[in-house]
Structure formats: structure tokens, C-alpha cells
Design a protein around this ligand. Structure first.
Ligand code: ZN
Length: 449
């Protein structure tokens, strides 16, 4: 029997690495972390009375996992923007810019998810892939089809991943075979929320998901805003990904001052709103987003792969806008948040090259923070997940940097911070030996699935 199975209280002794509000990288060596009923009940370094302390939390000596360095524990990664339904195209179809990419490749693929059996096969693959890559929480977009979106939720539940999942809404400017009328779109959203609630999923939340203003009438967006308010729901959409899209949207909504203003008027900018991309925003739009406390999902792989632009994350952070990372499969070609961290650094370095030496580019500590507690803030889940504060859920990864056949080498004079940095730049799923959600190692569920 594994020590972390069946909610038996357990502890891990070893090196714990996470971010806090005030520090992007905190390394705690010789640290004890206690977990009971899926939550962190104890976090302490070098405690002489540790066994007695752990017993107070019903953690027996037999249920302590000892990790030898260079192994370490980090919070689970949070993917704040991923199209589960685009996974079949992941790693291909990247020769077009965003709007033509949508029409040529993406819409035809998403339309196939009307078939629930087809959807089940594809969705199992994407959930499995991202969990292996250490994504403990994902904010998924599905398709316009309610039943196959619920199928995605069933699969996530069976694996044990934490997620926010949205049925997509579109009532204009899409192919005739993949579009809804306004009434049906709103009704199906209500049905999705009702069915979702009836299922009593443990770690999944529903999300209102207008694809973007180009695909949604104001009438529909206002109705969706009302549904979100009625049920206090998450909202996700796209914003200012490309200049071509910005021009198209402003032509569709001529009475509005700016793109973000359209979502604001529809009641779609809230504390629980995730705005994917936000590359081509004015200072006034960013001010609006900050005032409404919405967050931005930075998807740097996608932004480069389909040539949408370079998001200046530094400016967003300086302006106190929450920013998390997203893979944006399949505009982004990697399902790994480690890849998103690297792409975020590359994007920031590119801006630094363009802007000159006074620009403060992002470093590996900051992108790690964005991938963990930053993502939790964007999803308004930072009181539950994102780091190892006592009281939060134990969503974590055990990293084995020296795994046999692994993607990088560890040298004798590498410090633990060096090894962590190597993992950020060079690591992959081979280094991820356990993936905990709420204290359960869900990698085992994949093998059983
Ligand atoms: Zn997207």
C-alpha cells in the first residue's frame, strides 16, 4: 500500500520549493510537510520534536516519505488556458495566422466533438498528457457541445485532476456546421451548469466560455454575464491576441471605445475572469482589467507559434495585473507548463533585446511563480492552491532531477537552486515522479485508467 493512498495522513521530508506573495523562489531544505485529508497541516524545517508534532496530525512514522536530494517538491503546475478539443492538432497546423488558422484547422477539428465517442477518446489523451507533464489544475475550453463537454468533466473526475471547464459559446462568424443560435447557446449553457451541478464533481468547477467577441453577439455575451453572476461562475475568453482580431472586433462593435470595454459592458470582466493573451491592449484597457480584478493567461508558445505578438508581462506585473501561464493547445504546440515557462522567458528576453538594457526581463524564478501561485490568482483559487501554505490543498509534484535516462545532468557542485533552474530550463515529464492533487498521487490513476 502506498503511504499517500486512501487519504491516510502522511508527511514528506526533503527539499520543498515554492513561491510566496513576497518571494518568487523559496527553498526549504530539510523540511517537513504534513498532509491530512488532502490538505497541508504542517510545514516546518529542522524540527527536533517532529515525530510528536506529526502525531498531533495523526501522521504515523510509517507514513513519512523521505526524499534524498537532489529530489525536491514543487507545487503542481497550473495551466490557465488550454483547448482540450484542439489536442488532436497539437504540434501541427501552425502555418497560418490566428484567424485563418481557426477557419482552416481548428473549427473543423472542434466540430468533430459533436460525437461523444470521438470526444471521449481525444479527451482521455489530453488529460493524461497534461497530468504526466505536471499540470495539477487546468482551465479547459471544450467545444460548443454540452454532452461532450460533460464527458470531458467525467474523464477529469476519473483521473482526479483539478480543473475549470467551459462549454464554448459562439453565435456569429463561425462555419455553418459549428455555430449556435443565440437562444440555444444560452439554453445549452444553463443545461451545462445544471448537469454539471448534478454530477457533484470533487475538484472541477464550471466556467462560462464566450470564445471571443468576434464569435459572440452582445445579446449572448450579456446573457452569459448574467448566468455567471447568478451562479458566481468562472469566466474565460480571448482578448487582444492579434491586431487583425482587434480590428475585426472593433468593426463588429462600433459603439465601444476599446476591446476590453465590450466585455466590461457585457458584465464579463470579474474577479473570476481569465483573459487569454491580452497582448495588444492599451494602458486604459489594462487599467480596466486591473480595476475589475480579472487575470491574464500568458500563452507565449502560442503567441510565437502563430505569430500573434509579444505580451509585455513586466508591464502587466508592474501594474498589479495577475498573470498566469497557459499552453493554449493547439495554437501552442506544447502541453507542458515547463515549456510555457521557457517560452515566457524567451518572449521577455526578446522584448529586452528590442527595448534595450533598462528593461527587466523575467527570470526563472518569476516564471515559476506565474506557473504556480500566479495561475492560482488568475483562477481566483489562491486561497486553495498555488503554494505550500498550511491550510491549502496538497497539489504537488515530486521532482527527480537525476532520474535514469532523464533529460539533463546533475553535477557534484550544482547547488539545489542550480538543479531547480536546470529543471525549469531542461526538465520534462521523465523528471516528474509523482503528481499529487489533494494529497492523492493521480499518476497512478492514469496507469489504471
Ligand atoms: Zn485559446
Amino acid at each position: 500500500m502506498f503511504k499517500d493512498a486512501l487519504h491516510i495522513p502522511f508527511a514528506i521530508k526533503g527539499t520543498i520549493i515554492h513561491s510566496t506573495q513576497t518571494s518568487a523562489l523559496v527553498i526549504l531544505r530539510d523540511c517537513w510537510i504534513g498532509v491530512r485529508s488532502g490538505k497541508i497541516v504542517y510545514l516546518q524545517q529542522n524540527d527536533n520534536r517532529i515525530i510528536e508534532e506529526l502525531k498531533k496530525h495523526d501522521i504515523e512514522e510509517d507514513n513519512i516519505i523521505y526524499l534524498q536530494e537532489p529530489k525536491f517538491v514543487v507545487p503542481g503546475f497550473i495551466d490557465t488556458h488550454i483547448h482540450a478539443s484542439q489536442y488532436p492538432n497539437c504540434g501541427k497546423c501552425l502555418d497560418e495566422g490566428m484567424l485563418s488558422w481557426l477557419q482552416k484547422y481548428t473549427i473543423p477539428t472542434e466540430a468533430k466533438f459533436a460525437d461523444v465517442d470521438f470526444a471521449r477518446t481525444q479527451y482521455r489523451k489530453v488529460v493524461s498528457r497534461v497530468v504526466k507533464n505536471g499540470t495539477t489544475t487546468a482551465c479547459y475550453l471544450a467545444t460548443i457541445f454540452t454532452d461532450s463537454t460533460l464527458e470531458l468533466c467525467d474523464i477529469i473526475q476519473s483521473v482526479g485532476q483539478r480543473a475549470v471547464v467551459g462549454k464554448v459559446n459562439m453565435d456569429q462568424n463561425s462555419a455553418t456546421y459549428y455555430i449556435e443560435d443565440t437562444v440555444t447557446s444560452a439554453q445549452e449553457t444553463e443545461r451545462y451548469i445544471n448537469e454539471f451541478t448534478r454530477k457533484e464533481y470533487t475538484h472541477i468547477k464550471p466556467c462560462i466560455t464566450p470564445r471571443y467577441a468576434g464569435n459572440c453577439s452582445m445579446e449572448l455575451m450579456e446573457q452569459l454575464g448574467q448566468i455567471a453572476r447568478n451562479h458566481n461562475l468562472h469566466i474565460q475568453t480571448h482578448l487582444a491576441e492579434t491586431t487583425e482580431e482587434c480590428d475585426m472586433v472593433m468593426n463588429l462593435f462600433p459603439g465601444h471605445n476599446a476591446y476590453a470595454d465590450i466585455y466590461s459592458k457585457a458584465g464579463l470582466l470579474t474577479r473570476k475572469t481569465v483573459l487569454a493573451h491580452g497582448i495588444h491592449l492599451t494602458a486604459e484597457e489594462r487599467r480596466l482589467i486591473r480595476l475589475q480584478q480579472s487575470g491574464i493567461s500568458h500563452c507565449p508558445n502560442s503567441n510565437i507559434a502563430i505569430r500573434s505578438g509579444l505580451l509585455d508581462v513586466r508591464t502587466c506585473l508592474d501594474e498589479k495585473i495577475s498573470v498566469g501561464l497557459g499552453t493554449d493547445i493547439s495554437g501552442g504546440y506544447s502541453s507542458s507548463i515547463l515549456n510555457a515557462m521557457r517560452a515566457a522567458i524567451c518572449t521577455s528576453n526578446t522584448i529586452a533585446i528590442l527595448k534595450g538594457p533598462n528593461y527587466r526581463q523575467l527570470d526563472y524564478r518569476e516564471v515559476f511563480k506565474m506557473a504556480t501561485i500566479g495561475g492560482a490568482e488568475v483562477l481566483e483559487m489562491d486561497d486553495e492552491i498555488g503554494n505550500f501554505e498550511v491550510g491549502k490543498e496538497f497539489d504537488a509534484l515530486v521532482i527527480d532531477p537525476a532520474v535514469e535516462g532523464g533529460p539533463f545532468d546533475v553535477f557534484r557542485d550544482d547547488t539545489i537552486e542550480d538543479v531547480f533552474q536546470k529543471f525549469v530550463f531542461l526538465g520534462d515529464d521523465r523528471n516528474i515522479s509523482r503528481v499529487y492533487v489533494s494529497g492523492h498521487n493521480i499518476l497512478r490513476n492514469l496507469r489504471n485508467n
